[in-house]
Design a protein around this ligand. Structure first.
Ligand code: AMP
Length: 523
């Protein structure tokens, strides 16, 4: 890896810290702490096996693991080997993971024991089987057809000393997000993209080796890259929390001396609803950061009271713009009056990024008017993974820059932006990005003529209305088998014909009214 200037590939700071302060703790996982020296040694040994098994520098390495050594060290090992990491999630249906695996065309796959049970089904009949690294204790009895490296092989590997050099335009990671056409779409992020994000955020947060980061996000969510690499690139510690600890994280935060909190706002909302977000309960925090969906004013206020020594911030951004691209600092005295629809503003774009607010013809709107936010700059993905038609839809050139169309409707308010919703059918469920169109496509494939999904009866619940379905429970089962839990409609209703508006489009308002009236009639 190069070590010069701002073009340092992801992982450089981690390795430098491992050399300078090897005994600092890089990761706590359960009650076990791993030093930088230990983490770097494991990463370099696994990287050596990756290079060996792939016959040279691998391009893309899957990390199929969940809050385990394989997940954290696998990510580092992929980077040490000069590859992009591709996180996969055993909580997703196997068919979905398999689609990602095929699309990513992986050279190798690092798998923890708990995820390995899915491997035989995941790999059978795959055109090109990746080399497998299985660092756990489990045995392998899946299909042959490629190298399989187990714990003993990995432990016996020499550390890779000369690391393959990653260029700024090489991919650092590849993530898949919900796609409206029925399959997840790949978002590749380069080393230059993620370095621009990290540098901006380091200027803002001044992370030091004394900092300790919460790690609340699954690795298939790009916000996890903030947790891991804002910490590791600056010598700090990652504290991997179990999901159960999120419900009341106070003891965990205190025991681990966590200083940087980062989660979706839903976590704060759930804590507030359960009545556990009491004043002064999180004294160790110095930064309280939220991203991924709208941050309600009441959550910001309650969190600020619970963590009075911290600065609360609302970060905003799509995966395509590398983790986050704008931020509002919560000021208890002034921010409440700046909220719109009771949500905290999304603030100002990061320095060095360029924003446009446009109408449907991509013409800039008048100052103060609402339009779609488009952003250009060093954090913009080079385009969707192997999908030039999708890239053509969402990116455009303007004044010599490439802008990404976020689909978010925003308005300028003073020097800041406020977010007012979407101009399409993308929604957030507990912070997860969901294209309702993807669910509709899955339903159509599994036994109905047409399908429309909407958020009903509240903003957190997906409901489907279908036509031409013989067996609604079989349809629900098929959706549950094909989609992650958070995308499965809570209820499926059937109509003879979908109502349409004057433009011939499905009239979602009329469907909502129909659902309301049906419920009222039943009541
Ligand atoms: P993802 O790519 O999963 O990070 O989702 C990105 C989308 O989440 C954005 O385009 C917004 O619609 C939404 N989002 C992210 N952060 C915020 C925020 N702070 N306020 C409102 N919406 C947000």
């Amino acid at each position: 890896m190069t070590t010069n200037a701002s073009n340092r590939p992801l992982g450089t700071g981690f390795l430098q810290h491992a050399a300078a302060r090897p005994d600092d703790v890089a990761l706590t996982l359960g009650r076990r702490a791993y030093t930088y020296a230990e983490a770097a040694s494991v990463a370099r040994r696994w990287a050596a096996r990756l290079v060996e098994a792939c016959g040279g520098r691998p391009r893309r390495v899957g990390v199929f693991a969940y809050r385990s050594e394989a997940g954290y060290f696998g990510t580092l090992a992929a980077l040490c080997a000069g590859a992009a990491f591709v996180p996969l999630n055993r909580k997703f249906p196997i068919a979905r993971t398999r689609a990602m695996l095929e699309r990513a065309d992986l050279d190798a796959l690092i798998v923890d024991d708990a995820s390995a049970a899915q491997l035989p089904e995941l790999l059978s009949g795959l055109k090109r089987r990746p080399a497998l690294l299985l660092p756990g204790d489990g045995t392998w009895d899946g299909p042959a057809g490629g190298p399989v490296l187990r714990a003993a092989d990995l432990a016996a590997a020499p550390e890779l000393r000369e690391l393959p050099e990653a260029a700024p335009d090489d991919l650092a990671y590849l993530l898949f997000t919900s796609g409206s056409t029925g399959t997840p779409k790949g978002v590749p992020i380069t080393h230059a993209n993620v370095r621009a994000f990290l540098d901006t955020n380091q200027d803002r947060y001044g992370i030091t080796p004394d900092d300790r980061f919460s790690q609340t996000f699954d690795q298939t969510f790009d916000l996890s890259v903030f947790d891991l690499f804002m910490a590791w690139e600056h010598g700090a510690r990652v504290c991997a929390m179990e999901p159960i600890e999120l419900l009341a994280p106070f003891k965990y935060l205190e025991r681990n001396g966590v200083t940087v909190w980062f989660s979706v706002p839903s976590v704060a909302a759930v804590m507030r609803r359960r009545g556990v977000l009491a004043p002064g309960t999180m004294p160790s925090l110095r930064w309280s950061l939220f991203c991924g969906e709208a941050l309600p004013r009441a959550s910001a206020e309650a969190w600020q009271a619970a963590a009075p020594g911290s600065v609360v911030e609302n970060l905003y951004g799509p995966t395509e713009l590398t983790i986050a691209c704008s931020v509002h600092r919560w000021e208890p005295a002034t921010s409440p009056a700046e909220c719109v629809h009771d949500n905290v503003p999304i603030g100002q774009l990061y320095p060095g990024l360029h924003g446009l607010i446009v109408d449907q013809e991509l013409a800039p709107v008048a100052p103060g008017e609402t339009g779609e936010l488009c952003v250009a700059g060093p954090q913009t993905t080079p385009g969707y993974w192997q999908a030039p038609h999708l890239t053509a839809e969402r990116f455009f050139e303007h004044a010599g820059r490439t802008y990404y169309r976020t689909g978010d409707l925003v308005r300028r308010q003073g020097a800041e932006l406020v977010c007012l919703g979407r101009n399409d059918q993308q929604v957030k469920v507990g912070g997860h990005r969901v294209e309702l169109g993807e669910i509709e496509a899955v339903l159509r494939r599994h036994g109905c003529t047409d399908a429309v999904c909407l958020m009903w009866p509240d903003e957190a619940t997906i409901t489907a209305v279908v036509t031409g379905a013989d067996d609604l429970s079989a349809l629900s089962d098929a959706a549950a088998a094909a989609l992650p839990v958070y995308m499965v409609p809570k209820s499926v209703h059937t109509v003879d014909e979908l109502p349409v508006n004057a433009n011939g489009k499905v009239d979602r308002g009329a469907l909502r009214q129909w659902l309301d009236s049906r419920t009222a009639a039943v009541a």
